[in-house]
Design a protein around this ligand. Structure first.
Ligand code: SAH
Ligand code: SF4
Ligand code: F3S
Length: 488
């Protein structure tokens, strides 16, 4: 029979019993067990134990890290400012080779720290760990690592930690895939005013260059009631902006017992009191619906910003990428979006140097960039990922050719994005204040609904609040502004 534990009431868990089988009760049991261990260690050392989570990669990973931190904090660790901590987790990314290389270097460095502090624990998780060749390499060359787990079982951190505390050998648990979604575990959030919320996990699109479907598994949507409950709780804690997260948010809800469209979900989130701004990432161009455009147009809360990864402007390359839209489809979609929302900001991702990309294909990409005029774009050199379809494709683009194209693309994007940013010059717009500038110059940084950054002078007490700011001076992709009396 199941015992439901109150989320944070670890004191009422009987630790002499066998661990419960059902989730999340099982994890709360192990959190309580680990907390006991941490308390003993603290008494022995006469100081608090600290933890650090280092996150690589995308917003999904950032969100996962907040869940890991929620568990670590419940166990009794204090967050350290640096990696000089008693428990260090690297949450890794493998979307491109350079993300991957960076991690190995830093694991080596962690190993040197551990020599000085033998009680230190090192855990590796995230997308890289879903690749068997990576795990083999770590088992062989980085034997000081204590725990390895993947993307599907992050909810089990406490259980894996407890095993590591008691058995003292390397604990490895990687799942191939999962259909399980464990709700109601603790989670931290980095900001007090904005938070990411998973609406779905995994990806079924298999774009030919992309490793994500292999390391994040099949697409599965969270139930709307769980998503809404989480957002209501966040709103009650003071969160005013939510970012709905998924690899392809347009296909949200298709596999639910009671199917619901992404627009349907957005309309429900819109109803939640206290939430002022709604963002989402990422919509796939192939199924961005008319319904979504309409929903955005009529919404008071959904931000006027669409991140619409294009990847390439060449229909031939798009086909080889398995993106399922053409250059013309993409341009048409942008037109439709702008026809409904003239002021919307459109940003994108572009890959340069996909196998077989010719000068002509690349010209098509430049052509779309010029025609659309993106507000900003993330550009990437194609990186071959083992196991993907593109990894076996012929005619790799030589490095020097790809970098030369990359440079031309950057220059083109800079031109169009500066032009786009300039259109707000002189306006007074609402800014959500995010943080004070690192330089300590009395300036604050905030974000417009369209995602543009604004720096302006103001008191720290404004952090987390909405304020009207006069956009005085455009500096390319951000503004220098001044606090204003009211919106114009
Ligand atoms: N789900 C999102 C993208 C997730 S990955 C989407 O479909 O748009 C983020 C970006 O990384 C992608 O948009 C793509 O531009 C880039 N990317 C993915 N795999 C890559 C690879 N093998 N080489 C270079 N860039 C890649
Ligand atoms: Fe990768 Fe394509 Fe899925 Fe995005 S939609 S995560 S690019 S496979
Ligand atoms: Fe994200 Fe990198 Fe994984 S981009 S999904 S953390 S491979």
């Amino acid at each position: 029979m199941g015992i439901m534990y109150h989320q944070f009431d670890l004191d009422n868990i009987n630790l002499d019993m066998q661990p419960p089988m059902e989730e999340p009760a099982r994890q709360y049991y192990f959190m309580a067990k680990c907390r006991e261990h941490v308390r003993k260690e603290q008494a022995r050392l006469g100081r608090p134990l600290t933890c650090a989570t280092v996150t690589f990669g995308c917003q999904m990973n950032a969100k996962d890290s907040e869940k890991l931190e929620g568990i670590l904090e419940t166990i009794g660790y204090q967050k350290a400012d640096s990696e000089a901590a008693d428990f260090v987790i690297y949450n890794t990314c493998t979307v491109r080779e350079n993300a991957n290389t960076k991690v190995y270097g830093r694991i080596g460095y962690l190993g040197m720290r551990k020599k000085k502090n033998p009680d230190m624990k090192i855990a590796l998780c995230g997308c890289m760990m879903q690749e068997s060749q990576v795990v083999e390499k770590i088992k062989k060359s980085y034997r000081f690592v204590d725990i390895i787990f993947g993307t599907h079982n992050i909810f089990k951190l406490a259980e894996l930690m407890y095993e590591s505390f008691t058995k003292r050998h390397m604990v490895t648990e990687i799942w191939e895939d999962t259909t399980q979604i464990v709700e109601d575990l603790p989670s931290e959030h980095k900001y007090t005013f904005k938070a990411g919320v998973n609406i779905m996990y995994g990806c079924n699109n298999f774009c030919s260059y992309c490793i994500v479907p292999y390391v994040r598994g099949r697409e599965r949507s969270r139930k709307p009631e769980d998503i809404l409950a989480e957002i209501k709780k966040l709103a009650a804690e003071g969160i005013v902006e939510v970012m709905l997260l998924g690899q392809n948010v347009n296909s949200y809800g298709k596999t639910l017992e009671h199917p619901l469209s992404f627009s349907g979900l957005l309309k429900m989130v819109e109803q939640i009191e206290g939430i002022e701004r709604i963002r989402f990432m990422t919509p796939h161009p192939k199924d961005l619906s008319e319904e979504l455009i309409e929903t955005m147009k009529h919404s008071k809360k959904i931000c006027p910003h669409v991140h619409l990864p294009m990847q390439s402007g060449s229909s031939r390359i798009l086909k080889a990428m398995n993106r399922k839209y053409t250059k013309e489809d993409y341009l048409k979609l942008v037109d439709n979006i702008r026809a409904s929302m003239p002021d919307v900001s459109i940003t994108t991702d572009i890959i340069v140097g996909f196998p077989g990309e010719t000068e002509e294909d690349f010209e098509d990409t430049l052509d779309v960039v010029r025609k659309v005029g993106f507000d900003s774009a993330y550009t990437f050199l194609y990186s071959k990922r083992t196991g993907t379809v593109a990894a076996k494709m012929e005619h790799p683009v030589p490095k020097d050719v790809a970098s030369e194209r990359f440079g031309r693309l950057l220059a083109e994007i800079k031109k169009t994005s500066e032009e786009r940013a300039l259109r707000y010059q002189g306006r007074v717009m609402e800014v959500l204040v995010e943080e004070k500038n690192a330089q300590g110059d009395g300036m604050l940084t905030g974000r417009l609904g369209n995602n543009l950054l604004v720096h302006f002078k103001g008191e720290d007490s404004l952090i987390g609040k909405f304020v009207p700011v006069h956009l005085a001076e455009c500096r390319g992709f951000y503004y220098i502004g001044t606090l204003s009396e009211k919106k114009s």
